[in-house]
Design a protein around this ligand. Structure first.
Ligand SMILES: Nc1nc2c(c(=O)[nH]1)N[C@H]1C(S)=C(S)[C@@H](COP(=O)(O)O)O[C@H]1N2
Ligand SMILES: [Mo]
Length: 521
């Protein structure tokens, strides 16, 4: 007990060891506590590492849970029943916690043994890992579940090595030890949280896969849109731009999901997904775009949305006359404030459950999000929606509005050149120009193209099946070899001509003509 470097340093000159000075940070008792602490921190780190590895490898059970499960199986029937009786449905988690406590206590003891060398703790770790390994194999079979066990074992050894180094120095490096212990503890917590997030997400993905949404139809690309357009009419979910403040997208269990609608309404409600699906479903092509999209940018996508019209719901709930806005809140706390008018007029403002004929992906708001044609996403398109509060602009503020963006966010008239790209080289002769244009809820009447600063020429438009979707345009022009510059502008169905004045995205969306420069050879 007194042979280690830590203990030698525990009796500095002039202070008798074992005197009544237990507060001395370098006393023997304190050294023992430090070694125990090292064992415990290393133990937690290894367990967290194995848990996270199990989650990443999609192994059904992590080693601790597997040991719990197998122990319950090995218990004599009456004992197990007694436990289940006593603890009810909490029996499993309680048992896992018990095993964790025993494990951590054992690791603390192995940490103390480390003072005398590696043989004791190594033997102990290997025995514990063997127990875990036996349990996961009994549970799952195969070699895969052994990987997390191995990772945990290496985690134990590595962490204990890192922690023993400062304790074995003369004098003991207290600071070094505390810093290492702190870093490993934070690392263990981060691993445990990631493991939880990964498993949570997997469970929700499975629930999403099994979810059947009655009445949702697969999109049929309308005849009349351009099948050979450089940017396809329908944007698949995986390619749809994604903008949110979520560090990792919330994984919401669709069975547990509720939408609370309250505020300035006569009859507040709380809806489950089943309640929502019992209502009439509306499906529509709607283009969604972001206020942060720069001129010519690609923060825009077009999808077939299925959902419930928010206007009908609000009408049933009886909106008070003094209301002029709806505050939307997401599961992750993000908010936006939407003009009430955009949610109650004839447009298809939807509580969307499906995108392109499938339940929303987790990234795009599963299980329910808002889609409001004509407004930028930051004031209208809340993903992972959980709450709607009918309110007033004078009483509430949304996430981005409180950070300098405009309170109202109507989509501006926009057009884009998709081919040729700037810097591209194309063969001389007939050059094919093509792109997209949009102003949701208003609609695009025409698109004009300007070549090398000349006059504006009308482009051919494909079908725009609804004013809420984008429209594809194309134009073939004869061009001589050399450098050329092409600009585009749209004309809205209300007769507005897209402005050439260049403005930045802040506070309410960029303006200016998209221009490309390319070589003809
Ligand atoms: N919960 C939540 N919803 C959100 C956001 C967010 O940060 N959090 N961003 C909004 C913005 S700015 C846009 S442009 C759209 C983008 O939706 P998408 O990621 O499905 O394309 O979502 C909106 N909904
Ligand atoms: Mo956005």
């Amino acid at each position: 007990m007194t042979s280690s470097a830590a203990d030698r340093s525990a009796a500095p000159a002039g202070q008798p060891a074992g005197s009544d000075a237990p507060q001395d940070p370098r006393s023997p008792g304190d050294a023992r506590a430090a070694w125990t602490g090292a064992g415990i921190v290393a133990g937690l780190f290894g367990v967290a590492l194995s848990w996270c590895a199990a989650a990443m490898l999609q192994v059904a059970d992590n080693p601790v849970a597997a040991v719990a499960e197998q122990t319950v199986r090995l218990l004599p029937g009456p004992v197990a029943e007694f436990g289940i009786d006593l603890l009810g449905t909490a029996d499993k988690p309680v048992f896992v916690v018990l095993i964790l406590l025993v494990l951590v206590a054992l690791c603390g003891w192995l940490g103390r043994l480390r003072r005398h060398g590696w043989i004791g703790p190594l033997t102990g770790f290997v025995v514990l890992a063997a127990v875990g390994g036996a349990a996961v194999v009994a549970q799952d079979g195969g070699w895969r579940p052994l990987v997390p066990v191995g990772a945990g074992l290496l985690g134990w050894i590595g962490a204990l090595e890192v922690l023993s180094d400062p304790l074995r120095r003369t004098p003991v490096r207290r600071r070094g030890f505390l810093v290492a212990a702190g870093v490993l503890a934070v690392g263990a917590a981060a691993l445990a949280v990631s493991g939880r997030l990964i498993t949570g997400r997997r469970q929700v993905e499975e629930a999403r896969r099994l979810l059947h949404l009655d009445g949702v139809t697969v999109p049929e690309v309308p005849t009349g849109v351009d099948p050979s357009a450089p940017v396809p009419w329908l944007t698949p979910a995986e390619e749809f731009y994604r903008i949110d403040t979520a560090f990792s997208p919330p994984a919401i269990d669709p069975d547990a999901w509720r939408l609370r609608v309250h505020g300035l309404v006569d009859r507040p409600v709380e809806l489950s997904l089943a309640d929502l699906m019992a209502r009439e479903l509306t499906e529509a092509w709607v283009t969604l775009s972001c206020v942060s999209n720069s001129v010519g940018g690609d923060l825009v996508g077009n999808a077939w949305w299925s959902g419930v019209r928010i206007a009908t719901l609000l009408a049933e709930l009886g909106v008070r006359p003094d209301a002029d806005a709806v505050l939307q809140t997401s599961e992750d706390g993000w908010t936006c404030l939407t003009p009430l008018g955009a949610l109650t007029d004839e447009r298809n403002a939807l509580l969307a459950v499906a995108m392109n004929g499938e339940p929303l992906s987790i990234e795009h708001g599963f299980p329910v999000r808002m889609v409001v044609p004509g407004l930028y996403g930051y004031v209208s398109a809340t993903k992972w929606l959980v709450e709607l509060e009918v309110t007033r602009f004078s009483d509430a503020e949304g996430y981005w509005t409180s950070r300098g963006w405009s309170a109202h966010g109507p989509v501006k008239l926009t057009s884009r050149i998709d081919v040729p790209a700037s810097g591209e080289t194309v063969p001389a002769g007939e050059v094919h120009l093509a792109g997209t244009a949009w102003q949701q809820h208003t609609g695009v009447e025409g698109v004009e193209v300007q070549v090398d600063g000349g006059g504006w020429q009308p482009a051919d438009l494909a079908l725009e099946p609804t004013v809420d979707s984008w429209v594809q345009w194309r134009l073939a022009v004869d061009l001589e070899p050399g450098e050329h510059r092409v600009a585009v502008r749209a004309i809205s169905r209300t007769g507005d001509v897209q402005t050439g004045v260049e403005r930045d995205v802040v506070p309410d969306g960029a303006t200016g003509w998209h221009t490309v420069t390319f070589q003809v050879e």
